[in-house]
Design a protein around this ligand. Structure first.
Ligand SMILES: [Fe+2]
Ligand SMILES: [Fe+2]
Length: 288
């Protein structure tokens, strides 16, 4: 992102939610391979809203446990550390942003897409970078957060871009650049930087539509970019611009690295992805 664009974002995108300490701490546990179940439990217990939401999620029909799960310790035993961490991250991040859109842009569809991309990115990590699965999950969850910020700050200009993109069957980010001189991926990266997320994450978020600009962290950048397009082609969430994307839109070096064939994901990834996206579907239902 160039300096002018950054300056424009700072000027225009005001009143972004700050990152509550609970979320910051969950993310830091996420990035710490030494972190324990106890560490996670302590953080969640200190935040009644997040704790309550996790228990509600655990007790929802989706997980189908015969008996009430009434403590976090039980939830962690039953669901496992990774699942509780993913739920905690998702609920606490979603809590930050308004659920009601000021116009016809659908936040429900956007969240469905974000959850799909988070799970898909995690599947890719499970096959190609298993030590960093949760980082990929967080980056997937947040990659399009800039859309919410832009829609809240400029509801009229943004909805015009959105309608033009659909009408002209073009990717939304292209139309955004014409109107704003920056796109939602820049804003997502801006939010991630403001929240002091690790730069590997914020770069992957910022380059999801420009993977060719990646240099050092191409693995995670390629994963988020590819996960985004896979979810668009599968219509996993559709906030408006799925139509212009096909598997062919995946940047060639990324498709090669992740072994995406013209038919789609191959080998182990194909199987893992099917499982994870099924989980993602259940996840989306939890929040509707
Ligand atoms: Fe995007
Ligand atoms: Fe996306």
């Amino acid at each position: 992102m160039n300096e002018t664009a950054r300056h424009r974002i700072v000027e225009k995108i005001r009143d972004l939610p700050t990152l509550p300490s609970t979320v910051a701490q969950i993310i830091s546990v996420t990035n710490d391979p030494e972190a324990s179940v106890e560490d996670l439990k302590k953080i969640i217990e200190a935040d009644q809203v997040v704790a309550g939401r996790i228990l509600r999620a655990v007790n929802s029909a989706y997980y189908g446990f015969p008996r009430q799960v009434d403590t976090l310790s039980k939830a962690i035993v039953i669901l496992g550390f990774n699942n509780v961490r993913s739920i905690a991250l998702s609920v606490s991040i979603m809590e930050l942003f308004p659920m009601k859109s000021p116009n016809s842009f659908s936040y429900n569809q956007l969240w469905a897409h974000a959850v799909g991309v988070a799970h898909c990115a995690r599947s890719i990590a499970r096959v190609f970078n298993p030590r960093q699965t949760e980082q990929y999950f967080v980056a997937g969850l947040l990659h399009d957060i800039g859309l919410v910020a832009m829609n809240q700050c400029f509801p009229d200009d943004f909805i015009n871009c959105y309608n033009s993109a659909i009408k002209q069957k073009r990717p939304l980010f292209e139309v955004e650049v014409e109107r704003f001189e920056f796109d939602h991926a820049d804003v997502s990266q801006f939010v991630a930087d403001r929240w002091l997320l690790p730069s590997t994450l914020s770069t992957a978020i910022g380059l999801h539509h420009r993977p060719h600009e990646a240099n050092d962290n191409d693995k995670i950048v390629y994963a988020i970019h590819t996960a985004d397009i896979i979810c668009k082609t599968m219509a996993f969430g559709d906030y408006g611009d799925n139509a212009p994307f096909s598997l062919d839109s995946i940047y060639k070096p990324a498709a090669k690295m992740i072994e995406i064939t013209p038919e789609g994901p191959s080998g182990n990834l194909k199987k893992i992805l099917a499982e994870d996206l099924k989980e993602a579907e259940g996840f989306v239902k939890l929040f509707n």
